[in-house]
Design a protein around this ligand. Structure first.
Ligand code: FNR
Length: 331
């Protein structure tokens, strides 16, 4: 499942359902969803959303914490942020039927993760890592993976990877930067190549976006390092059709596909704006980028990308559905 794969890396806010489906349409083999903190998932209510054809995990305030659909169920990996093995197990049991695998984020350097003893805070606690992964593997019917960053020394990094391998994880994704390395600095390919030579589970290389403009660039990085698969974040954010063989489509075309999914799956406007804000070349110039993202009226944003009519059509149908439901309830 994790060999020879071109994979979308998890991205908070960006990696929701519309973005994942866009990447899959363009040739991504697997898509990691944005990190969800396990404790948050445990407080969610699961509903089957008949209007959208999705399974939704809703926060207490009714907001969507995680939304998925059968279109992606054999391709989507649910990533959790967690520091407690039992909490990890409970979260995995809640979600596993709707996803293809479960991943633990062991690379996030952000304050909230470190303070919660999650993400990159785990990297220096191999015993805790092992407890979390072993527990997950023992309860979960789907493959379990983890995503790490490298440590300061090669020795520590290789030793950590061997410990992780010993838990029985299905694959190991490695971001070739330490928790202190800026994302504008080069990815350390040498250490990932060494990791590949000391473990026998599939190794997924991550962190190469600065060197990637198309699918053959991804293939070249895989060949150069000998890894099993590659996982990309920013290069996909700049243009999600980067997965397409042999060449990406124009960013405008990719934006349109993404926005159609945003309409289909009711992506919140602030997420849509945040996501398209980084698509490279989506706007005619900086001025129009500002003009469009400043809009507060949804229809105007869709109009700019030629999807105003599609938006109105879907919105009026939904209003119809809601009206019908309302009338039924009144009867
Ligand atoms: C990330 N990254 C990230 N990593 C992770 O494990 N879980 C997450 O939820 C997120 N969220 C996230 C959001 C955004 C906006 C960015 C840009 C990045 C890190 C990401 O998955 C990846 O490890 C790094 O970006 C390095 O890979 P690239 O960008 O060089 O392909």
């Amino acid at each position: 499942m994790f060999a020879g794969k071109y994979i979308l890396s998890p991205m908070v806010r960006v990696g929701g359902l519309p973005f994942r489906l866009t990447c899959l349409d363009y040739g991504a083999d697997l898509v990691y969803a944005e990190e969800v903190i396990a404790q948050r998932l445990l407080k969610c209510t699961k509903i089957f959303n008949e209007t959208l054809g999705t399974v939704d995990f809703l926060d207490e305030d009714g907001g969507v914490c995680f939304r998925t659909t059968s279109k992606e169920s054999d391709k989507v990996i649910f990533q959790m942020g967690v520091s407690d093995p039992d909490v990890a197990a409970q979260a995995a049991q809640m979600i596993e039927h709707y996803v293809a695998g479960i991943d633990v984020n062991m690379g996030c350097p952000k304050d909230y993760s470190i303070k919660g003893n999650m993400g990159a805070a785990l990297l220096t606690q191999p015993q805790l890592i092992k407890k979390i992964l072993c527990k997950l593997i023992s309860v979960c019917s789907k493959p379990v993976t983890c995503k790490i960053r490298i440590l300061e020394s090669e020795e520590e990094t290789l030793s950590l990877c061997k410990e992780i391998e010993s838990t029985g994880v299905a694959a190991l994704a490695v971001h070739g930067r330490t928790r202190y390395t800026r994302s504008s600095h080069p990815c350390n390919y040498d250490i990932i190549q060494k990791i590949k030579s000391v473990v026998s589970i599939p190794v997924i290389l991550n962190g190469a976006s600065l060197d990637i403009n198309n699918r053959s660039d991804m293939t070249a990085v895989m060949k150069k390092t000998g890894v099993d698969s590659i996982m990309i974040a920013r290069a996909a954010w700049y243009n999600p059709s980067v997965f397409r063989d042999p060449e990406p489509v124009s960013v405008r075309e990719a934006v349109q596909k993404f926005m159609k999914y945003c309409i289909d799956y009711e992506c919140p406007l602030h997420i849509l704006k945040y996501t398209i804000g980084k698509f490279r070349g989506a706007f005619k110039d900086n001025q129009s980028s500002l003009e469009v993202t400043r809009h507060i009226e949804t229809r105007l944003i869709y109009d700019y990308f030629g999807l105003g009519d599609y938006y109105s059509e879907v919105a009026s149908k939904r209003t119809g559905d809601i009206q019908e439901e309302f009338q039924k309830k009144k009867r």
